[in-house]
Design a protein around this ligand. Sequence first.
Ligand SMILES: [Zn+2]
Length: 358
Amino acid sequence: MKAVLKKIFLSVCWRLGLFHVSRYLMKDKLQILCYHGFETYDETSFRPKLFIKKATFNKRLELISKYRFPVLTLDDALYKLRNNKLPRNAIVITIDDGFYNVLGIAADILNAHKYPVTLYLTTYYVQKNSPIFRLVVQYMFWKTKKREVSFGGCAWNKNENMDVRIDNDKERERIIWDCIDYGENECSEPERMRICQLLGSLLGVNYQQIRDSQILSLLTLDEAKLLDRKGINIQLHTHRHYFSVDDEAKAKKEIVDNRKVLDEIVDYPTNHFCYPSGIWNKDQWPWLEQMSVYSATTCLPGLNNSECPAFGLKRFLDGEYINEMEFMAELFGFMELARALRKKTKDFIIKWTPDFRQ
Ligand SMILES: [Zn+2]
C-alpha cells in the first residue's frame, strides 16, 4: 500500500514538473549509481536488491540518455567535483562485486551506450572456480519446495532437533546461518563445495546447475581481463569482501591482497575503493589514505557536493526492487530534495518541541 501511494505521489510530482525543478536545484551535485548482479534466470526474484533484469538495466541507461544526463568516469568526475568543474547533473556508474554477468550482460549494454563504468572487484572468488558459498546456501533454501528437511548428520546443525521446518521463517534462518557460519569459519573451499552438494541433495536443488550457470559466481581472472580490454575500469573492493572496522592490520591486508590480484588484471594503479556491504566508519579513513586510496564509496543514499569527504561518497543503490518512477525521482534529484526537506522538518520539530530537546 505504502509503495503504491509513493508511486502515485511521484507520478503526480513528475506531471507537475517538480522533477525538473529538483534537477535544476541539484545541478552541481554528483550522482553515483550502484549496481550488483544482472539476471539470467531467476536471481531478481531471489534478491531484487542485489540483481537487476537486463531489460530494466537497459531502460535505466536509455532514460539517462533520453534526458541527457552526462556520464563521466569516476576519476574525471571526482577531479571535476573537487574543482567545481562538473557538468550539470553529472553521473558516475559503478558496479560492485564482479558477478559473472557483468561480462555476460552489463558490459555490452554499457558499451552500446558508450558509458564508462567502474567495477569494484572483490577477488577471493575470482581465484576460485566456485560460486559464492553464502549466496548459494541462501539461494537453495529460497529455491527448495520442501517444507521439512532432516539435517541429521550435518556438522553445521547445532540444534538437537534434526528436523527443520523450512516454511518456518525463524527455523529456516537459524539453519541457514548455522550453515554459513560453519562453512565460512571452519571449512576450506573444497569442504564448502561438499556442503553445497549435500545441501542440494537434501533440499532437492541442483547445485551443479547453479555452478554451471554461474548465476552466483564472480568473474574468473581471464573474464576480468576481458572486461579490462573492453574499457571497464576495475577498482578495489577488498579480497574477502570484508573490511575490519577495528583491526587496522586486517583491514590493510584486505587491500594488499585485493590489489595483488587486480595487478594481474589491469596495468594502471587501483586507488578507488568501495566498502564491502556498505559497512564503514571514520576510523578507517587514515588507513585508506596510508594505502594510497583516493576515494571510497558507501551505500548511503544521496548526491555528492564538493565538500563531501572523499572516503564517504554517497551512492544510489539501484536494482529490480526500484520501479521506474522511483529511479527517475533519484535521477532528477527529487528524492534528494525530499530527504533534505524531511531533515529540515525533523530539525524544526526537535528545536521547537520541548519533549524532543531533552
Ligand atoms: Zn560488495
